[in-house]
Design a protein around this ligand. Structure first.
Ligand SMILES: O=CC(=O)O
Length: 321
């Protein structure tokens, strides 16, 4: 029997890629140049029954339209803002993602950025390397986490995991959501500006996409104030990045820890020179362990689909309002 044809839009961990290669006929769209991509789709587009991708690779309407027999899209990411979920669902094609397995690592990254930014760890390293410790003595003081308030925008799985860690560091937690949650005792705000005014550290932990684009606006960032910090492990698109850069330049915000940007992998040049900003290259889930677990979910969801079993992590269809 011939193998099922799978289009690899973005590769996965080597071990799981091998598992996929053992079971399916893989078409390596990810390795092809533009001309080869068109030729590949022309030659095998009609045979493709599954797509394996990630947030970085995405999957758009144009490609979807060229795969008439597509049955499933499996993304090795929790975020779906680069994947045309709605269009897939309209065609009856399920989409799977990788929730839960990355929660701890992403929450760890949020804490790491909070600690590194407030405690000024990178300037501390630079203080030693430059010889300043010997020549000038102790470095300037930094900011304690204990007793500060962390404002989390969107208290989902990852937001709650960040809150639990921050509490262990002695922080108070407030959060913004449209409706108060009944399962937490943190202070609720339904007004973002009021939240930003009251907290010391503001951290959006919300999905990207049109619904949240620019939610952390210039006004919200301005309300944060010159003694406060901004931490982002969600998506660059949720913040007015130009305003963030400007306010950081003016020291109207004290510092920022960022893992995500509007136009990845292009990071605003101005941020590179700032010593009150800690930058990471969108790698919050980028540990061997978590990436393997994410990749395995792609393998297992594909296996479930082709065995006619329930999917492990299907993305729910959004009801159009
Ligand atoms: O950003 C990473 C993800 O969506 O998994």
């Amino acid at each position: 029997m011939s193998k099922i044809d799978v289009l690899v839009v973005w590769p996965n961990r080597p071990e799981q890629m091998q598992m996929l290669a053992d079971t399916y006929e893989l078409h390596r769209y990810d390795l092809a140049n533009e001309a080869e991509k068109s030729a590949m789709i022309e030659a095998v587009g009609h045979k493709i029954r599954a797509v394996a991708t990630t947030h970085g690779g995405g999957f758009n309407d144009t490609l979807l339209a060229q795969l008439p027999n597509l049955e499933i899209v499996c993304s090795s990411s929790v975020g779906l803002d680069t994947i045309c979920v709605q269009a897939c669902h309209e065609r009856g094609i399920p989409v799977t993602n990788t929730p839960d397995v990355l929660t701890d690592d992403v929450a760890d990254m949020a804490m790491m950025l909070t600690l590194t930014t407030l405690r000024r760890m990178l300037p501390g390293v630079a203080w030693i390397k430059s010889g300043n410790w010997v020549e000038k003595g102790m470095m300037p003081l930094n900011t304690s986490l204990r007793g500060k308030t962390l404002g989390i925008v969107g208290l989902g799985r990852i937001g709650k995991a960040i809150a639990a860690r921050a509490e262990a560091f002695g922080m108070n937690i407030s959060y913004f959501s449209r409706q108060a949650k009944t399962d937490v005792r943190y202070r609720h705000y339904d007004d973002l500006i009021a939240l930003a005014k009251d907290v010391d550290v503001l951290a959006p932990v919300i999905p990207g996409g049109a619904a949240t684009e620019g939610l952390i606006s210039r006004d919200v960032l301005s309300a944060l104030g010159e003694d406060s910090f901004f931490i982002n492990v969600s998506r660059g698109s949720v913040v007015d990045e130009a305003a963030l850069v400007e306010l950081l330049e003016q020291r109207a915000i004290k510092g920022a820890g960022l893992d995500v940007y509007v136009d990845e992998p292009n990071v605003p040049q101005a941020l590179l020179a700032m010593d009150h900003v800690v930058l990471q290259p969108h790698c919050a889930s980028g540990t061997f362990e978590t990436r393997a677990a994410m990749a395995q979910l792609v393998v297992d969801n594909l296996a479930a689909h082709f065995a006619d079993k329930p999917l492990l992590t299907p993305v729910a269809t959004k009801i159009k309002s």
